[in-house]
Design a protein around this ligand. Structure first.
Ligand code: TRP
Length: 344
């Protein structure tokens, strides 16, 4: 019997896309929840890592700072170990396909879908009337980022899950509305690991955030060794000893967070960290955590500083990255325009 056709079935091509916003204070949450995972996934699939400056201006930004922070995120990518020969590192606004595709997808996405987005509701709070239209539309641009490359896998933090679901809905709706079956793939989130959600060091119920006024709440990737040690020492805990089981962490959010951070940096599981420190006091755990953080982060922050002291290298890498990204996105955008019926 001839089974050749079946055995020759081509595997579906895979491609990774992810992005980090160039807003102030890139921090440990960005590193453990995103960038560190980009570094490992680049060896498994073709990968694009973007500095999403179009997303950053959905809230007001100082133009000079925006440019500096864009380089800072690129520096973090490189210093963390993203290899620009292997992966494509670039700035979102340098590839016009993002904005162009976002417009088309704006006309595919439904108001009701966006109104359900919890991140907008959280960010806008009572002030939604005064927010930019861009902030409301943020998830559609994110879908465009991913679909402009027909990316299939998206490593993101836990909080981006809903945005990924929306990207999938938009992709499917485009495919059905325009009778373009299978044109856009359904991008899958890559979420996981012990630190997919790094919390505020002073309040374990809040995410570690770039915008928290309390600097003690986060570890910035630009913090020096002494600052890192001091911040972990001052991190909030409780009066009990280190837990005996992972189950116990459920009711101890601050401790859960520190255990997760330790596990991610040691490249192990929360279980093994709990086993290692069970019953000990924080007087033992916190210095161990600070030492580990310094050991892992110091080479990265030092490399970042070196890269940022002279922008030539970063700028050259970003230029090549934009060209490579553009050469993937342009043919896809051209097909989109064809499908939609734009005149050319
Ligand atoms: N919204 C993402 C975040 O805040 C950043 C982002 C923008 C992104 N576009 C993306 C992540 C596309 C993954 C894919 O973390």
């Amino acid at each position: 019997m001839n089974t050749q056709n079946e055995t020759e079935k081509k595997p579906r091509p895979t491609r990774v896309f992810s992005g980090v916003q160039p807003t102030a204070n890139i921090h440990l949450g960005n590193y453990l929840g995103a960038i560190k995972r980009f570094v490992s996934v680049q060896h498994e699939m073709e990968s694009l890592f973007c500095v999403v400056d179009l997303h950053a201006i959905t809230v007001p930004q100082d133009p000079k700072m925006l440019k500096a922070q864009t380089r800072e995120v690129a520096a973090a990518y490189l210093a963390a170990g993203i290899d620009p020969k292997k992966s494509i590192i670039f700035v979102q606004s340098n590839v016009s396909a993002h904005a162009e595709l976002a417009w088309v997808l704006n006309c595919v996405a439904r108001m009701g879908w966006l109104e359900r987005m919890t991140q907008f509701k959280d960010k806008a709070g009572e002030n939604s009337e005064r927010m930019s239209v861009g902030l409301f539309d943020y998830p559609v641009l994110m879908a465009a980022d991913i679909l402009a490359y027909k990316a299939t896998h998206v490593p993101v933090g836990d909080d981006q899950k809903q945005h990924l679901e929306l990207a999938r809905d938009i992709a499917q709706r485009f495919n059905t509305d325009f009778k373009a079956k299978g044109f856009f793939p359904s991008p899958e989130p890559l979420i996981g690991g012990p630190a997919s959600r790094v919390m505020n060091l002073q309040d374990g119920t809040k995410k570690m955030s770039k915008s928290d006024p309390a600097d003690l709440s986060r570890i910035n990737l630009t913090d020096d060794t002494d600052t890192i040690v001091r911040k972990f020492k001052k991190a909030r805990t409780d009066q009990f000893p280190m837990p005996e089981s992972v189950d116990e962490l459920k009711s101890r959010p601050e401790v859960d967070n520190l255990v997760g951070i330790y596990a991610a940096m040691a490249e192990t599981t929360k279980e093994s960290v709990v086993a290692q420190f069970a019953g000990q006091g924080f007087g033992a755990f916190k210095p161990a955590l600070a030492d580990l953080a310094v050991e892992k982060l110091a080479p990265i922050t030092e490399h970042m500083r070196r890269l940022m002291s002279d922008a030539t290298e970063i700028d050259a890498i970003l230029k090549v990255g934009a060209e490579r990204a553009n050469s993937i996105a342009q043919p896809i955008l051209k097909q989109v325009k064809e499908i939609v019926g734009f005149f050319n």
